[in-house]
Design a protein around this ligand. Structure first.
Ligand code: FMN
Length: 182
């Protein structure tokens, strides 16, 4: 079957920003803001783990024991803020987060792609020998979970000599682009 997915304009920009900063590990650090079950704003740094194929869904990973996991059960809406220092661009992406905490193909494939050091963080309560054995078996810890941001809106800001701000909104499954004067 041929795919009908076309890469949106904001994804093309983001791909360029990532490419220009590809030598900088910190270019993949994003800030994720959520609301606690009491309605308080929380944010923290996470690593961007790529997109689900043929979609605008952003992959992140976390531990089910974390506050964000609890927060997202109460309020699934979230926002990512992402700054590329080299190109002086800010992206703010928002939408609902889907949680994959149980066995699923996506959870397994993300686990298989992450580095040994990222995996080790989910085994902090075990000694090195057990960690090695579990890693060799490639068994996935129960607390490992994938968060998927289903991007619905992107606010892009370029701080070049001439500022540029663009809002991208997903309306009726199509991306609409609006240029904004700050
Ligand atoms: C550079 C950096 C990258 C991080 N990447 C992740 C990540 O990918 N997933 C994660 O759960 N926490 C990551 N953390 C830790 C989080 O920022 C946070 O401290 C932790 O997840 C607990 O957050 P919470 O209590 O708000 O849930 C990272 C921290 C830093 C400084």
């Amino acid at each position: 079957m041929t795919s009908t997915f076309t890469i949106s304009a904001w994804r093309q920009r983001l791909a360029r920003s990532l490419h220009v900063s590809r030598s900088k590990p910190e270019a993949k650090y994003i800030q994720l803001a959520t609301l606690s079950d009491e309605g308080f704003v929380q944010n923290r740094t996470l690593v961007f783990r790529g997109f689900v194929d043929e979609s605008d869904h952003i992959i992140m990973i976390t531990d089910t024991r974390s506050d964000k996991f609890l927060a997202l059960q109460a309020h699934s809406h979230a926002e990512i803020c992402w700054y590329f220092a080299k190109t002086r661009e800010q992206y703010r992406l928002s939408g609902n987060i889907n949680i994959f905490a149980n066995t699923s193909d996506l959870r397994t494939s993300v686990w298989n792609k992450i580095s040994p050091s990222a995996k080790a963080q989910f085994y902090w309560y075990l000694d090195d020998k057990l960690v090695n054995e579990l890693s060799l078996n490639n068994s996935i810890p129960d607390t490992f979970c994938v968060l998927l941001l289903e991007t619905q809106q992107v606010d892009y800001l370029l701080l070049a000599d001439q500022h540029e701000r663009i809002k991208y909104q997903l309306i009726d499954k199509k991306w609409q682009e609006t240029h904004i004067n700050p």
